[in-house]
Design a protein around this ligand. Structure first.
Ligand code: HEM
Length: 463
């Protein structure tokens, strides 16, 4: 790792006075209260708060209970932190407030331990392997559609959580989750991880060791989650196979070691959490947008008719589903499931002309950048058409980054994109959802971008 101070290349419109490239000032930002800082503003209106941050510039300072956070709102700075200088900005997940549900898993580890784990899990995400996951993705979506009656009311977010968990455990662990026991324990714990980290709740800003009722509920749910995961491991420990779970249990790291029991378990927790809740949210928001945009829905149906002609979509169909891809891309722009990424500076740095001392927490607000009018016309409008004809190549790099970037980008990106295309195509061919809850759902940003309450729809099956 190099030790030169970071400079501010690429931002020549900003003033840079000091010899180290900084302008010597601390970044501007909203005033807060002593101790709690800006927590009250974030809790009252997290997205209004993001809007307000933008008014201070591209590098903005705010405070949350004893921590200074520097938000970077320009794609060039995102690229720098994620891609160009990843060793100087390591992933930060507020573990001090108990956000450490799988400390020995690939989402949380750093340095050589992370590199070894990433090597062990990578073979499960090659194109060949991803191709083999297409079958359960379409088949389970088809089954789900068949279980619904015309006129039935469902909570989309909950239904999609169960669907994506089922797909994930079958594809990656070759295990069928037992509906009502495994999936309840896992989706419930995932919900509580989100609830406990929701910016709308004060609990998110309290240490996890405090004996509050919320913390006790969370601990009980996590214990049940661990039990389920241990059970999944036991069901497969003696087997061979070359799925992700077998890799975790048997594959050797570059040092010739296998993962510890703790690492295996924490990686199962990591994959079941990171791999189902995010995709479920992307599906939920995509269907909310489809239910409120008849023109988009009609164009999508026309594409599916044209490409699939009534058949169930498979891996080979996906490249031809161009409009489907644009719909999902645009839904994740408006509602990025991972709406904000955090990093910690491992040494003194200068970004956008401002000094960031070692240990500074850096926020990369995906949501705010995805809604920035400097990069997107009508940034709040749902316009899948905007992604046509090389539009993405014209965008500044990292103006769109729902899967992060650099060495720690989402390992499940291709898995998720395939799943989204196949599930959307399978369901849109078979049914429509009439939205019963708010067409612009209130959001509750926790670990992921949750809706504040269930998204309720009525299933419509014509014919
Ligand atoms: C729409 C769906 C998804 C979205 C939006 C998403 C988003 C992200 C983002 C933004 C990151 C990087 C976080 C950071 O840099 O701080 C990430 C990391 C990760 N994601 Fe995903 N993800 C999705 C689906 C999946 C799936 C399906 C899996 C597994 C099958 C998965 C597994 C992971 C893992 C293990 C990491 C940590 C990678 C590492 O640090 O090496 N994700 N995801």
């Amino acid at each position: 790792m190099t030790t030169e101070p970071l400079t501010d290349e690429g931002h020549d419109e900003r003033s840079v006075d000091a010899a180290d490239g900084s302008n010597g000032a601390i970044p501007p930002g909203p005033d807060g209260y002593p101790v709690v800082g800006n927590v009250h503003q974030i809790m009252r209106d997290p997205f209004g708060f993001l809007e307000e941050l933008r008014t201070y510039g591209d590098v903005v300072r705010y405070r949350i209970v004893g921590n200074d956070v520097t938000a970077l709102l320009h794609p060039a700075d995102v690229q720098r932190v994620l891609v160009e200088e990843p060793d100087r900005f390591e992933r930060y997940l507020f573990a001090d407030r108990g956000f450490d549900f799988a400390p020995e898993g690939v989402l949380f580890t750093h340095g050589d331990q992370w590199r070894s784990q990433r090597k062990v899990v990578e073979p499960a995400f090659t194109m060949e392997r991803i191709r083999s996951y297409a079958e359960p993705m379409s088949a389970y979506a088809e089954e789900l559609a068949a279980t619904w009656d015309d006129g039935e009311e469902v909570a989309l977010n909950r239904t999609f959580s169960r669907l994506t968990l089922r797909i994930l455990t079958k594809a990656l662990f070759d295990v069928e989750v037992d509906p009502g026991s495994d999936d309840e324990a896992i989706t419930r714990a995932a919900r509580l991880i989100n609830e406990q980290s929701s910016s709308r709740s004060f609990a998110a800003f309290l240490p996890r060791w405090l004996p509050t009722p919320g913390n006790r509920r969370y601990r009980r749910a996590m214990a049940a989650y661990r039990e389920r995961v241990d059970d999944l491991i036991d069901r497969r420990r003696g087997d061979g196979g070359d799925d992700l779970l077998s890799n975790l249990l048997h594959a050797e790291t570059p040092d010739g070691e296998t993962l510890t029991d703790e690492e295996v378990r924490d990686n199962l927790i990591t994959f079941t959490f990171a791999g189902h809740e995010t995709t479920s949210l992307a599906l939920t928001y995509t269907f909310v947008l489809l239910a409120t945009h008849d023109d988009v829905r009609a164009r999508l149906e026309a594409e599916l008719e044209d490409v699939l002609d009534g058949s169930t979509p498979g891996f080979e169909d996906v490249p031809a589903l161009e409009y489907t891809d644009r719909v999902v891309t645009e839904a994740m722009r408006l509602y990025p499931p991972a709406y904000m990424l955090f990093r910690k500076a491992t040494e003194d740095a200068v970004v956008g002309g401002y000094e960031l001392p070692e240990g500074s927490i850096v926020a990369l607000p995906t949501y705010a950048i995805h809604h920035d009018g400097r990069f997107y016309d009508e940034p709040d409008a749902f316009r899948p058409e905007r992604w046509a004809d090389g539009y993405e190549a014209e965008l500044p790099e990292y103006a769109y980054f729902p899967f992060g970037g650099g060495p720690r980008h989402c390992i499940g990106m291709r898995f998720a994109r395939l799943e989204l295309a196949l599930v959307v195509a399978t369901l849109v061919q078979r049914l429509e959802f009439d939205l019963l809850s708010d067409p612009e759902p209130a959001l509750s940003p926790g670990a992921t971008l949750q809706p504040a309450s269930d998204v309720r729809v009525r299933v419509r099956k014509d014919g």
